[in-house]
Design a protein around this ligand. Structure first.
Ligand SMILES: [Mn+2]
Length: 427
């Protein structure tokens, strides 16, 4: 299923006058502050975030799962759904696959289907946190860290195979997240588990093509509750540095203990040239996988403040970042949730682009703490929604994607085509 461009134009036409009034108002206000609004609109139009194949259906918890009508049950349908989001937002120009949930049987056809919807394939993700029915050894007690070399071998080979699938699709990076860890003191020899993980990662890294990047994700707890083999950004960074220059740390916003200063982590990793990518979501307690910006929008803005600074002052030659949403939708229509997330990302990015960096630096140098706070909040409290809408309008997308999605009754159409009781693969 695809959206005709004409339908988007018709939707925009109905809302254009109201939008133009709002955009003209904020444009003149920002022009008075000597801000180049057109440059910001262009930056937002160009910004692309990958949608993961596992976020298109209803997620679940360990207590239950409530499916959502019209969920995609094949890789082709998942690509179609990302295509719908991309047509409405022009921000979701990439898809990220999890293997073995989404093994492409005909890579050329899948690639073509994606290209037809303006999509490319972003990082591929391996999975050694579940056992598959056809695998010889279990990951119950770990994968890349396992005490048994045969289990490590199987997990390394799986990652190398994921890279091969990715190559066929045009991906250029592998993301590794490990559930490896322990739930009880004494279960692991920490040093041995660390060394096994390091040598396994290095072997995967060395097997990748020369133009590939390795992203190493961290998480402090869950599914293991006493220790994780890669619990934090420092451990991830140490592994990345040991692997080589194309290995980087991946920050997932939900993979931190409460109140962790994530923006500071972003700043330090970029200073070291080792921030590889981002998994956007939001949380109240831990890895809640809630809609981006739904709980802590100010934190998201402060993170974008550091990202913008890092991209504008790239002294350590940090590579271009891989942006991806990593969320799970238990209550909302997954497509609406993803569009809300994309919107929240663009709002935070736009606000960060408004920060008066010259004034901020002067205030920092003068230790004028009150002024520092005022400068940040002046940007954060600016209503940039019309700027974000204008960036979509100029790119041929919908002024208000969720409203357009509803007015076109796209979920009803998906249910008509796919049925009410279908289940997407993934978490
Ligand atoms: Mn993640």
């Amino acid at each position: 299923m695809k959206i005709a461009q004409q339908n988007i134009q018709e939707f925009n036409q109905k809302h254009i006058i109201k939008h133009k009034n709002r955009f003209d108002f904020i444009s003149s206000e920002l022009s008075d502050r000597s801000i180049d609004v057109d440059a910001i609109v262009q930056t937002l139009s160009d910004f692309q975030v990958a949608v993961p194949s596992w976020a298109l259906g209803a997620g679940g918890t360990r207590f239950g799962r409530f499916s959502f009508g019209g969920e995609p049950s094949t890789l082709e349908e998942k690509i179609d759904d990302v295509g719908l989001i991309h047509a409405l937002t022009h921000t979701a120009g990439a898809i990220s696959l999890h293997i073995p949930w989404d093994i492409p049987s005909d890579a050329a056809a899948i690639r073509e289907r994606a290209a037809d919807r303006g999509l490319v394939f972003d990082a591929v993700n391996s999975n050694t946190f579940q056992d598959q029915s056809d695998q010889e050894y279990s990951y119950k007690y770990g994968s890349l860290c396992h005490v048994d070399a045969k289990v490590r071998r199987q997990a390394i080979d799986h990652n190398i195979q994921v890279v091969e699938y990715g190559e066929a699709l045009g991906s250029k990076s592998l993301t590794v997240w490990l559930a490896d860890g322990t739930s009880f003191p004494g279960q692991h020899n920490f040093r041995k588990a660390h060394q096994h993980t390091q040598s396994s990662l290095k072997e995967i890294y060395n097997a990748m093509p020369d133009d590939w990047k390795l992203y190493i994700e961290y998480k402090p707890y869950e599914p293991n509750f006493y220790s994780m083999v890669i619990p934090d950004w420092g451990t991830s960074l140490a592994f990345a540095q040991e692997c080589g220059p194309r290995a980087h740390t991946l920050v997932d916003l939900g993979h931190h203990l409460p109140n962790t200063n994530i923006e500071q982590i972003v700043a330090i990793l970029m200073t070291k040239g080792r921030l590889g990518g981002f998994h956007f979501n939001d949380s109240k307690y831990g890895d809640d996988d809630l809609t981006v910006g739904s709980i802590k929008p100010y934190q998201l803005f402060l993170i974008f403040n550091e990202l913008v600074y890092g991209m504008e002052n790239n002294v350590a030659d940090n590579p271009p970042l891989a942006w991806m949403i990593d969320a799970s939708h238990n209550l909302k229509d997954p497509l609406e949730d993803l569009m809300q997330s994309l919107d929240a990302i663009l709002v935070a990015y736009a606000q960060a682009l408004l920060i008066d960096r010259v004034a901020l630096e002067q205030a920092q140098e003068a230790s004028n703490v009150a002024a520092c706070q005022d400068i940040l909040q002046q940007a954060y409290r600016t209503d940039v929604r019309a700027i974000v809408a204008e960036s979509r309008l100029r790119a041929g997308a919908a002024i208000d994607p969720v409203a357009a999605y509803r007015s076109m009754r796209l979920r009803d159409q998906l249910i008509d085509t796919r049925g009410l009781h279908v289940t997407a693969t993934g978490l």
